[in-house]
Design a protein around this ligand. Structure first.
Ligand code: SF4
Ligand code: SF4
Length: 214
């Protein structure tokens, strides 16, 4: 009899557990049923890329010194720097510069190490093409600045999830001056500068301790 009772109790507790799991699953479903769909109506709406977005590279021909540092730091030696040596001036003369965005992995190494800062990453991400060879940009194409999502009159800019205030998940109708969940690089820098005196203090204490030991 007691074995039978145990079996009944076991079944009952399993049934209660199953009911709990079912309700948990349904609570997620009901929660999502209350929300609006977050569908970006591309190309009429576009998300604003994040501040350090690594999009298509911009290049300034006049600033380039043809040093080829960008080629050496590129993991696939991608930039093509076409130059000739002027025998009279004994200086390099830049003829052409190109990057093939069909191959580029947008790592940003070339931008990071260029000594004259003539390379920069833009927020342009629309690089689809019918022919991949058309993605080989020469210095003229690289010198073109993209239209910003926020200034394009034909586009409704939407804030990316990181730009939304805490608790908001729908980028539609959020005012641009509302505080966002993420931190701006300037905020992070200020925070680091506030922490810096503490670090210096601990360094001083450490060096004092070392002196005492000595
Ligand atoms: S590193 Fe900069 S300056 Fe040097 S070749 Fe490349 S783009 Fe030009
Ligand atoms: S972003 Fe990276 S892969 Fe692309 S050209 Fe620069 S270094 Fe090379």
């Amino acid at each position: 009899m007691s074995a039978f009772l145990k079996q009944v109790l076991g079944y009952t507790s399993d049934a209660i557990d199953a009911g709990k799991y079912l309700l948990k699953g349904l609570s997620v479903t009901f929660d999502h049923m209350r929300r609006r769909p977050i569908t970006v109506q591309y190309p009429y709406e576009k998300l604003i890329p994040s501040e350090r977005y690594r999009g298509r590279i911009h290049y300034e021909f006049d600033k380039c010194i043809a040093c080829e540092v960008c080629v050496r730091v590129c993991p696939i030696n991608l930039p093509v720097v076409d130059w000739v040596m002027n025998k009279e001036t004994k200086k390099k003369e830049l003829r052409n510069y190109s990057i093939d965005f069909g191959v580029c992995i947008f790592c940003g190494n070339c931008v990071e190490y260029c000594p004259t800062n003539c390379l920069s990453m833009t927020e342009e991400y629309e690089l689809s093409a019918f022919d991949r060879h058309s993605l080989n940009f020469d210095n003229v194409a690289l010198g073109r600045l993209p239209t910003s999502v926020t200034t394009d009159p034909a586009v409704q800019p939407l804030r990316e999830l990181a730009y939304l205030p805490v608790g908001k998940i729908d980028p539609h109708g959020v005012a641009s001056d509302q505080p966002r969940a993420g931190h701006l690089p300037s905020d992070l820098l200020n925070g680091l500068q506030k922490e810096a005196p503490l670090e210096k203090k601990s360094d001083v204490e450490l060096s004092d301790g070392e002196n005492l030991k000595g």
